[in-house]
Every structure is written in structure tokens, then in C-alpha cells.
Design a protein around this ligand. Sequence first.
Ligand code: V47
Length: 621
Amino acid sequence: MPIYFRDKYLPPIWQKLQLGERLSLEDGLILFKTNDLISLGKMAHYVQQQKSGDAVYFVLNQKIEHTNVCVLSCKFCDFAKKKGEPDAYEMTTDEILSKITPEIKEVHITGGMPHDWRWERYIDIVRSIHNKFPDADVKAYTAVEIDFFHKKFKLPIEEILRQLQAAGLRTMPGGGAEIFTERVRKLLFPQKIGAKGYLEVHKTAHKLGIPTNCTMLYGHIETIEERLIHMVKLREAQDETGGFLSFIPLAFQPGDTGIKPKNQFTSAIDDLKTIAVSRLMLDNIPHIKAYWVMLTEEVASVALNFGADDIDGTVGQERIAHDAGAISPMKLAKDKIIKMISEAGKIPVERDAFYNPLNVYSENVIGKIPYLNSVPFYHNLEKSATGGFKILPVAPRRMGMLSKEGQIDAGLFSLMDYFDQEENLELLDWCIATRDQVKSVMLFSKEGWTGLNGKKIGITDDTATSVHLLKVILEKKYNVRTEFVRLHPGVNDYASFDAVLLIGDDALKYNKVGLNGFELVFDLAKEWYDWQKLPFVFAVWACKNSLSDIRKEKLKDMISAALNKSEDEYGEIGNMQGRQIGLNLSETKEYLEGFNYRLGERERETMSMFRKLVNEINIKV
Ligand code: V47
């Protein structure tokens, strides 16, 4: 969709965004100050589409606020009570368990900080939920609560987190960040940790493989510049660890806090601007959440075209915002969320806490492998109106799972998933094949091939085909037997493995800068080529057999036209994603030129050879 700028200061920023350049704090100020709200929204929407296509995520979640008794007295909080006050409450573990139902996929726990709870009580909450509802991911305790435990129970932050992780904690919520400047902290929440403490807790969690969210409380006494300083600090932390899953701007609810008149909520314009600017500034955080509880459903649904790609979830009972006067309902039913997302023109995707898609509620969905090497297909598919098809970026292995349940109509399938589901799929004429090397399916190793015998290899959670290719190479080419361990989604501690298999943009990034502790780097496509003298086929285009002939023809025309158009502009189209991995324009171009995107004779030969070899090995991961 073209952008007709009415603010002359925006086009240079648009230029930067299209080149994949990072925005500065000064750019952020221009964006906040602009009256050209529609152009701002379109820019944010463009960037969001590169990251998550037409997907909008939600989770069937239950919020648990185990107590409102709190030793702190933050000025902006109407939720906290002192022990003994009439509205003060403390829930037992059984009361907490009674709030959770079996369909819930994420339990979000955060509450006040009473002075007399024992450490075991917090652990017990997590453990009991995890044991009774193993399918629900526990997202528990904000950085402020973790810091409180650390001081009260005199345990290091890392130890606190390890114990919670062992009890079943999977991710952490982003609450408690408020605004990172000392000026605001001193005025509104002087007893609470500031930026340093908040970021230390989150970075420690990331190091332990616990991904987290991050937030910003806006619309009280902070300045626009302070909002941007906050975002830049989060962006820098994310550069270091990569452990933030989503950013949630929390619109201040004035209630009886006295900070603002009771009914003076943030304006819809401010909310939409804040969502859009967050998407544009936080180029390294995958998701921006429009938290409907604080924004209202109406603003949240518009925000889905202003850069947000997540709407949180059903939530259940919520008190922090409602005690401060929020006017949204306490709970949204799943059907209502699906309707809200569909009406915004998007694909409602039910997710788990790690953003793995569990269910897709839309017809005509094209799955997109979200790696740089698939950009030549999707860039121009995304730009053209896609004939009623919508695009869902999803890691190869997850796409196979969704397709197996009939939830994907077409897409670039990992080769193993195509083999697996061949009878339901029609093979199309395109693929992702290498010429000799690939640069993005890499084994980072502490040992040479034969030295890996009997060793433990960490395998990225995303792969379906590369893991088989690795096994074939190890067993058939080198006669080496190893143990494969699936890495979990999100951040991982690679150091505990003898070798690690990474694919896609992560592999490409570490191939360039190296992966600490792993001296040797093997390109699996090169290993295959040197051995078989054949290219390797990582993925093939296919569609459901059951798709109507008209839809199939439309799809083929679209793919063919998109690829033809992309071929003249490899550097330009890959630039935005390439930059984020640390590649310059010519490196991106060279990388993309290394692929063959058409399924020819030699590619088909490789497919048969690989199928034969895979059938001869026994693989379990
Ligand atoms: O930490 C407190 C904020 C947060 C008010 O991680 C207020 O997925 C507005 O962090 N007006 C808790 N906000 C909520 C939170 C959250 C919500 C949804 C999803 C996630 C996630 C996290 O609410 C607190 C504080 O920053 N808060 N009082 C108020 N009057």
C-alpha cells in the first residue's frame, strides 16, 4: 500500500526503514510529534508485516494475581493494599488452582509482595500449576518480584530463577519496568528497582534459557523523550541477549491514583502512536502486544494495523488495571478474539508462551519460512494483493505440524515434511535448493566430524530437514553415532553441547561472527555437495491437494510472478532482513544468489537420493 506522506520529516525515516537501518532517538521524537498518524501507522504496519506477515497471536491464558498485599506503595498503583485493609486478599495454592481450566495454555502470575510469605509458597504455586496443568506454560513473577525474593530470602537472582525454572517456570512477564529514568522513578515508585535492576533480572533469565517480555507504563508524568530512552535501553539489552519475546506498552489507568484526573485515560491517538513507534524503534524485539485490557478492545483492534501483532489473550480475571478504573471487560472469550482479529484483516493464530502457533483460524493460509533465503518468494507476494491468500510466517518444523492438521493451505515446506505428507500435497515447481554451500544450515562444533562420535549435539527446535541431513552425514558419510538433544524454543545455553545445529538467520549470523566456544563450523550443504556432487533441497513449494483448481492456478501465477520480479532486485529486497543479521547489501545479494529457486532435474535427483538415505537411518529427536 503506497504511503502519501503529509509530514515532510517522515520520508527520510521511511527511507531508513526500507534500508533496514536502525532508528535513532531523534527519529523517534519526529515520529511521536507527527500529525501524520496514518503514514506513521503504515510504516509500522510495513515493518510488522516483514516480521510476522498477517499473523496476529493470542493465547488462551489465565491471569493469577495471588495477592494484592504489597510492601511497596507505588503512586500509580491502585491494586496494592496493606495487610488487614478491607480489600486485601491472599490466595491459597488450592484457590489458585481452582481458577485454571484444562484448555488454558499460559498462566500469567504476578501479584503484590507481602512481607510474611515464605519462599516455598512462591515455588509451590509454580510447581502445583505445572504438575496439575502440564500443557499450560507458567509465566510467572515480574523482575520486581524476583528482586524482592532475592533480597528477602537472601538468594542470588540466578539461584531464585533456577529454582523457579526447576519447579516449572517457562517464561517471565514484563511488568514492573514502568519508565526507566531516575526522575520518574523517584517521583512515582522510589522503592522499586530501576532500569539497572530490571534489566539485570531479565538478562539473567535469558542466560538461563527463560525468555521474557518487557513493558513500558506510559501516559502519566513521563515525557516523550523518556519513553524513547526506555525503548532504546530495551533495544540495547535485546542486542546483548535476544531473550525478549514481546514488548507491551501499558496505557496508564488513572483510577484514584491522584496522578491524573480519574477519567483522563490516554487518547486513542497517543496509544496508536506509542504502538507504532515501539514497532519502529524496537527492531530486534519480535512481537508488539496490544494489551486490550488497558487499551480497550476498540483501540487494540485498530492497533493491529499500526504495528501490533499480538493481543495477549482471554486473560480471565484481571485486577491491576480494573482496580485503577479500566473499562474493558474482565475476560474476552476466544470466539470474540478470533472475530476481532479476523475483522482487522489478519489471521488469528492461537499460540503457546513461546509464540509457537497451535491453531490457525483462517482459510487460504500460505505458510512462510521466515528466513532470509525465502525472501525472493515472499517479498513480492506480500506486496501484491495476494488474491485472498494470507501469509503466516512459521518455522519449518512447526509449519509441518500445522499442515498435518490441515491448517496450512500452501507454502514452502521443509523437504522432510513434504515427504511425510506427500499424499495430501501437490508438489509445485519451486524450491529452496543450494548450489554448493548454503551458509545458513550450520553445525558449530568443538570437534571434527569423527571426534563427535558418542557426543551430544544440540539441535535447533525449528528444523525438520536439516536434522535428518545431519544424521545422514554423520552416519553414512563419517560412520559416527551421536546423541541428538532438541534445544527449546527461545534462548539457549549452547555451551553445554559438543556441537550445535542452527538453521536460518541464526546460523547465518553466527556463521559470520562465530559462535563462542565452537571453533569449527561445518556447512551441511557443502558436506552434501562434496559427497554426492549434488545440490541440496531444503524446502519445496506445495499446496493441499484439496485446494480448488482455480486457487491452485492463482497460487502458481502468484509465486511465479513474485519470483520473476524479485530476481532483479535480490540485494534490495533482502536488505531489511539482511541488515538485522549483520549482512551488508552485497553480502545479502551474494547469499541469495547462492540459491536455486526452481525445481529441476538435479534437485529431483537429490530428493530421491536423500529419501533413500533417510530411510536407511534411524532417527529419534
Ligand atoms: O507492573 C500498575 C502496570 C503492570 C497501573 O508480560 C498499571 O505478557 C496501568 O505487566 N495503569 C502489570 N498499568 C501488567 C503487566 C502485563 C500485562 C499484560 C501482559 C504482560 C506480559 C504484562 O501493570 C505493572 C505496572 O507496570 N500497572 N498500575 C495502572 N494504574
